[in-house]
Design a protein around this ligand. Structure first.
Ligand code: GCO
Ligand code: MG
Length: 459
């Protein structure tokens, strides 16, 4: 750390302390001296510029993780942001290394909103997953840098804490109702108060013709006809919807009422099947049912609201304000589940949270394995600072991921905590990350799901 760094940080800390003194007046300083103080303190210091923006992509396990590193003209001062869109990782890396770096090099790190707006508009066509993820990586990294400069965790810049910890949900699963109930019991023993329950994967595709002791392997007609790809998945919505009622029934029987239960329909059934299923789940008091419809079917929410009072969560697939503004103002769901890198980072996510507060919609940011620890930290910093926080999806990080991302958020007793240091609190070990380059070919087929006749189902 050189003198310039020390001078700059000391100057800013000085100003912070001065303003802490509760306004110059009380200390007999005329108001304007604070501003003068700031001018004087920062005048000598050259503005802090972006010197490089690069993508760091790593695949420590099956999932491609992408973060953006923003380097600055202050030696050793850099920021990290999550840009993880695993299904199109190479496209995001190119957008970062090719377009974003050229756009941002030499620009002022301080003006986050201006940087966000100018990058957002710079492609003319906007609101797509690839460019939004690149923008998110930049945005989160700039908040990380501002926190480091201000010597504060980012949640402090967002307004400070509204709660001591971030309540999380865990992922209960199994291939029979008993197995699912057992896994829920396990998470309750770890202190979780909220558990999502799924059986046989999304849409129960792994349950083929049945489950428990009457499982009969079914070869779907489209495969017999040689239609589609050999490894395409088959889904039977009748088997699926029945299996969901059965797991709620079994888990309530075994685990009682002391646990909040969530389920993700993952938009895999016809809208009317989803509405009928949710009505059948009312007696089990779900905390929320997620993604009953695909964003393309947002219009069905009005009908759903007329038929049930089960709380609904929606939004992990949203990329554009056009998808969330109207349904939120019309209170068509109760939890907004946005994947914050898919919309461009912390800056837009804070606006979504504020919009939600106006219409009593709480947050439940998307937080599965295909969000990097930097992204999980960004989720948590926002979760600490907003009043209308609902719940946070959480995952357990492996030792290898923790080695690559020191300072990753951690969960204790069902609450997520961040690393209480300036910025977002997560760093990266580029050497170890480089040991696990992302696969050249990304053919992840879990999104390839078909009906008996071969019709593709939204995943
Ligand atoms: C969830 C999601 C994820 C997504 C995955 C897509 O609720 O956590 O539905 O499991 O399917 O992030 O890559
Ligand atoms: Mg989901």
């Amino acid at each position: 750390m050189n003198n310039q760094t020390v001078n700059r940080r000391a100057a800013l800390r000085g100003i912070g302390l001065a303003s802490l003194a509760g306004g110059a007046g009380m200390m007999g300083f005329p108001e304007q001296s604070l501003a003068a103080n700031y001018q004087k303190a920062t005048k000598a210091l050259p503005p802090l510029k972006i010197t490089n923006v690069k993508a760091i992509a790593t695949q420590p396990h099956s999932i491609e993780l992408i973060v953006v590193k923003v380097e600055t003209s202050e030696p050793g001062l850099y920021g990290l942001g999550c840009a993880t869109f695993r299904q199109r990782a190479h496209a995001v890396v190119t957008a970062i290394d090719k377009s974003l770096n050229d756009l941002c090099k030499g620009r002022d790190v301080d003006n986050i909103e201006d940087m966000w707006q100018s990058v957002y508009q710079s492609s003319y066509w906007r609101n797509g997953p690839v460019l939004n993820n690149a923008l998110s990586g930049l945005d989160q990294a700039l908040w990380d840098i501002k926190g480091k400069r201000a010597n504060m965790p980012v949640y402090q810049l967002l307004g400070g804490k509204c709660r001591f910890g971030v309540d999380c949900y865990a992922h209960g699963s199994g291939n029979s109702p008993d197995e699912v109930a057992e896994s829920v019991r396990g998470f309750m023993d770890q202190g979780f108060r909220h558990v999502r329950i799924q059986m046989g994967g999304y849409g129960a595709t792994q349950l083929l013709g049945g489950y428990g002791d009457n499982q009969t392997a079914v070869e779907p007609d489209f495969k017999k006809a040689g239609f589609g790809n050999a490894d395409d998945n088959y889904m039977d919505s009748v088997v699926y919807t029945k299996s969901v009622v059965d797991i709620f029934d079994k888990v309530r029987e075994v685990c009682g009422e002391k646990v909040e239960l969530l389920h993700d329909i993952h938009e895999r059934v016809q809208p009317m099947e989803a509405i009928n299923l949710i009505k059948q789940l009312e007696p089990y008091r779900p905390f929320f049912i997620e993604d009953p419809f695909s964003p393309e079917n947002n219009r069905y929410f009005r009908l759903l609201r007329q038929h049930t009072t089960v709380p609904i969560a929606m939004g992990e697939l949203f990329n554009s304000p056009h998808e969330w503004i109207d349904p939120m103002k019309d209170q068509m769901f109760d939890f907004i589940r946005i994947h914050i890198s898919q919309i461009g980072g912390i800056t837009p996510a804070m606006k979504v949270a504020r919009l939600g507060e106006a219409f009593n919609i709480r947050t439940a940011w998307h937080g599965p394995g295909d969000v990097s620890p930097v992204g999980h930290s960004a989720n948590a910093h926002i979760d600490f600072a907003i009043w209308n926080f609902g719940i946070q999806e959480s995952v357990n990080f492996s030792d290898r991921i923790k080695e690559i991302f020191p300072g990753a958020p951690y969960v204790e007793n069902g609450y997520m905590f961040v690393n209480e240091v300036p910025g977002l609190g997560v760093d990266i070990n580029e050497e170890v990350a480089a040991k696990f380059p992302i696969q050249e070919v990304q053919l992840n087929n879990w999104t390839q799901v078909r009906k008996m006749d071969g019709t593709v189902i939204r995943p």
